[in-house]
Write a protein that binds this ligand. Sequence first.
Ligand code: ASP
Ligand code: MG
Length: 471
Amino acid sequence: MIVHKFGGTSVGNAARFATVADIVNARHVAGAGTPQAGSVVVVSAMSGVTNQLLAGAWAAAEGRDSECRRIKAELVDRHLKVLEALLTASGERLELEGWIEDRLYELERLYRSIGVLGELTARGRDHVAAFGEQLSVHILAAALRERGVRSRALLATDLIVTDDAFGAAVPMMDRTREALQAKVKPLVTQGTIPVITGFIAATETGITTTLGRGGSDYTAAIVGAGLDADEVWIWSDVNGILTADPNLVPRARTLRELSYTEASDLAYYGADVLHPKTIRPVIEANIPLRIMNSFDSADPGTLIVRAPAADRERLPAIISTTGLSLIAIGSADDSWSLPIVARALQSLSEAGIDVLMFSQSFSEHSLNLIVRRQDQQRCLKTLRVAFAAELHRGAYILGAKEQVATVSVVGVPGWNGKSVVSHAFSALGAQGTRVIAVAQAATEHSVSFCIPEEQVGDTVRFLHRDLGLEE
Ligand code: ASP
Ligand code: MG
């Protein structure tokens, strides 16, 4: 059995949904009669939907009702348009349209109650964020049925049992395995393709949780482990894990085979195609993982296994992330101290804002925080509230400084007999990149730099060439 996971860009519009349904159908047919027969699909919300859902929830909490209504209307419109283009006019399509309208009406009611409370809790946040996947599984299952395959949409809230750490819930594998074996395995055995919601889960008492942003990969790995799958395939929009972002470096090369450890290193440094936690359940179950391209399904992608071939090519990789903001908070005098840093980080974590990197400088009496641009306003607001008294007295300074990117070089031990980290430092010097902050892993063969966003393309291209990654 193969577990296939498709992310938001893979189901970003009707044409993409159709491609996914075709890929799943073709692989399902190809697998029939082989020892790997049987398919399970895990799918994310359509691209941008989770962000929109959450933006609506924040708007609701702040009393911006018209924004909530606009978001709800856009979501209805986008999903109904997909149905119209994807499915033939049939009883099933009509029914699904009605169902989607009902679900999103429920979202509107939820926004209203958040508005009444004037507060968005972590629990409420997860409840809202969970809507997107619930819509996409039904659409994909219907598209598969139209292709003549038996398929059923399933909600992971009935399958994956977690603790109540909303926003980053931790699965209880025994209970989850039981549910998967009881509710999903029989469907697979009879040749039905279950289409399961990524990202979402529920506590033992049935309260909706989420596994963290980008968590659908994690879902796929949990499902794969719980069902004793032969392999888990993560479908993205590039040919596996590459030596650099192919949009910046057209000549970037695919890392064809990686060990679990190498892949989790890359994931932690932000390799977009893999969520860091994904690796854990598959390592424990020793299940091979593949990263495939849904735009180029013939490419073999990247294979991740416990013991890769000894003679495979081993290369460092450059991982870049853009769309980030640098926010600084500091004291005007030398009263800056570590407990203040802790307080800032704590308040942001409680507000559900991911801090992707931070650096703290005693000599400058300040803390530099790197957050996603979409979180910039909320980050500033949260800190403004947390340090209201100090800011009011003029003792502290707070502000967004600039738009930044992070560039990480993740090396392999013993690469070319030298340190990839010092190589990267001198390359950045030679290229004239302004380094704003640095974070180095304890392993000494990986390093992350925060640099101005406008320098990211040139820097990554230069590094790629300078590290000898161009053939
Ligand atoms: N839809 C969720 C998110 O946007 C999960 C995922 O895409 O993996 O974070
Ligand atoms: Mg993802």
